[in-house]
Ligand binder design. Sequence first.
Ligand SMILES: [Zn+2]
Length: 73
Amino acid sequence: MGLKNLLVIGLVVWVGLMLWRRWQAATRRPREDAYGGRMVRCEECGVYLPATEAVQRRPDHYTCASHPPQPRA
Ligand SMILES: [Zn+2]
């Protein structure tokens, strides 16, 4: 195996790595967008969290899932 073959193999591996990284970035981005698409504010502690993880007490009123449910008067 000559030096030229080694260079060609190295180039192929490098191009493969670049394509792999690009493919990973392309497949990861939509998932992150869907996850963090909508942020809501917790009424109890003021922390912002994804709407998918929040607990909706009333329309447009959210809290963290860790807070105990408020007793209804
Ligand atoms: Zn909270």
